[in-house]
Design a protein around this ligand. Structure first.
Ligand code: FAD
Length: 496
């Protein structure tokens, strides 16, 4: 074990961790970032860093021997396949009642997500973070987050004409015909690049269906935004394939125990670092699992009873609709969604019109809905099994299904169409087994104070999606980024 002392250690390199590390470094603080996933900076045998969605390989999944694709079936047939076990990019982490998809690597969820960068409507903000002043968020921190992430909108004239968004135009038409408000969803994709992809002048990425297993060109992941600025400060060390397993109080701060992993996920070395301050940014699930374990096993016994509580799935539920033959959705579909149907006020659902980039005409419309749901689960330490459990129940998704139906039952009845039953199994309409949007587990102003300081342990902070109590009304990463900007500004001003 090598010994070292760092002023600030950040666990995880997703949105919360990247914001925190950048602002600390700009304030003159040296930072060590620890990331269990890979660096994702080196091309594979095919010359590309990331695998395509249609041809998953070892790079695609975190320590699995078989893919676990969110859409498990097509025309009723299972499409998962055997792959070598590897520290790949997408983790399909299984808990009792739900599979939680997460990104693994330097950049966290930004490596695998759809890039939809949505700021909640201000009128709904009290449902998202009830103890945060909306003025400071909407005047300062949401604009700051949007600017740093590089958020932008599709050019409307291009949307109206490109083959790649025919599926979204069909989605818009159906929304309009059933009188649902629709919105253009901002994204972190480089829209000029996508137009060049369509023109055939640059290598294709969104228009080649790249999304779930990484995006080789046009998407501005954190690697291209916050993390490139982090590197430019010269004050931050990033250690990929290193996983934090323990944090305990020690002279001068906290002793952090870190396992170095090989690419089949086995620990090959154990290191100890003393850090004056430690920022938990391992994502909602990663941070919750660490804190619950450390409290229960006596490493951090004074963490309060709110740790592990308030976890939600952002009401995620998926479905497909079968269109008539005169309503084709297109063989070419951009992997980056850009249109949403907003029925939040009336029905508690905000539905993204999502692509089905299969490369063939499917006559299908596919949607990811974010819904209002009261259900919250809790992480607990399972001493017998030596792991953290989550008590989510699949049946809780019925609330989300009912909310999504307020949109799609109406559209189906207006269009004379039906739901697809072949995407999630054999005769199964609803994708109710998963979430892409884990939130909560160390809720702001409950497990922490109103700025993410963990109660009972000066110098320990939470900075990621675990602060948000289960729902962001829309897609979460802009809110996670803006909240981290708000919290670290206060912490730098008062704690350093
Ligand atoms: P993360 O981004 O999850 O980062 C946490 C990091 O910590 C990870 O890199 C992880 O490997 C690392 N880590 C965990 N445990 C440890 C440990 N013990 N030691 C070291 N490192 C550790 N959101 C949107 O807003 N728009 C979208 O379009 C969108 N699409 C999505 C599509 C998919 C398929 C998925 C999976 C998610 C999507 N999301 C989307 C959600 C979004 O990506 C997440 O909400 C966001 O990444 C969470 O940010 P975070 O900072 O909380 O943590």
């Amino acid at each position: 074990a090598d010994a070292a002392v760092v002023p600030a250690l950040v666990i995880g390199t997703g949105y919360g961790g990247s914001v925190t590390a950048l602002r600390l470094a700009q304030a003159g603080v040296d930072v060590h970032m620890v990331e269990m996933g890979m660096a994702w900076d080196t091309p594979g045998a095919d010359g590309k860093i990331f695998a395509n969605t249609t041809t998953p390989d070892q790079r695609s999944f975190w320590l699995r021997t078989r893919t676990k694709q969110p859409l498990s079936n097509f025309l009723g047939f299972p499409i998962d396949k055997t792959i070598p076990k590897y520290t790949g990019i997408l983790d399909a982490e299984e808990f009792a009642g739900i599979t939680v998809y997460q990104g693994r690597g330097v950049g966290g969820g930004s490596l695998v997500n759809g890039g939809m960068a949505v700021t909640p409507k201000r009128e709904n903000f009290a449902d998202v973070l009830p103890t945060v002043n909306p003025d400071e968020m909407y005047n300062t921190y949401y604009p700051r987050a949007n600017a740093e992430l590089g958020v932008g909108l599709i050019r409307p004239a291009w949307f109206d004409t490109t083959d790649a968004y025919q599926y979204a135009r069909v989605g818009r038409k159906h929304a309009q015909r059933s009188n649902f408000p629709y919105v253009f969803v901002p994204t972190v994709y480089d829209w000029n690049y996508m137009e060049q992809e369509a023109a055939g002048t640059v290598p294709k990425s969104a228009l080649a269906g790249e999304i779930l297993y990484g995006n080789n060109y046009g998407k501005k992941s954190l690697q291209k935004s916050y993390i490139s600025k982090i590197r430019a400060t010269g004050r931050v060390t990033i250690s990929p394939l290193h996983r934090v397993v323990s944090v305990v109080p020690a002279t001068g701060g906290y002793k952090v125990t870190i396992e170095q992993l090989n690419t089949t996920g086995d620990p090959i070395a154990v290191k100890e670092v003393t850090a004056a301050k430690v920022f938990f940014a391992a994502g909602s699930v990663g941070t919750s699992k660490l804190l619950v374990k450390l409290k229960a096993t006596g490493a951090l016994p004074n963490l309060n009873g709110e740790v592990g509580k308030g976890w939600g799935d952002n009401g995620n539920v998926m479905c497909g609709r079968a269109n008539h033959l005169w309503d084709p959705t297109g063989a070419l579909q951009s992997s980056i969604p850009t249109l949403g149907i907003d029925n939040w006020a009336a029905g508690g659902a905000f539905a993204e019109v999502a692509p089905l980039p299969t490369g063939i005409e499917t006559y299908a419309s596919f949607y990811l809905s974010i819904t209002r749901t009261p259900n919250r689960a809790q992480f607990t330490w399972n001493a017998a099994a030596g792991k953290v459990d989550l008590n989510w129940q699949t049946a809780w998704k019925s609330v989300s299904i009912n909310a999504a139906k307020t949109i799609f039952d109406k559209i189906n009845s207006k269009e004379g169409t039906i739901y697809r039953t072949d995407l999630f199994g054999v005769y199964k309409i609803w994708g109710d087994h998963l979430t892409y949007h884990p939130l909560g587990g160390a809720v702001l102003n409950k497990a922490t104070d109103n700025y993410g300081r963990l109660q009972g342990y000066p110098g320990l902070y939470v900075t990621d999606g675990s602060l948000i109590p289960g729902c962001t009304v829309v897609n979460p990463f802009v809110t996670i980024t803006a909240l981290a900007e708000r919290n670290i500004e206060k912490i730098i001003a008062t704690d350093f």
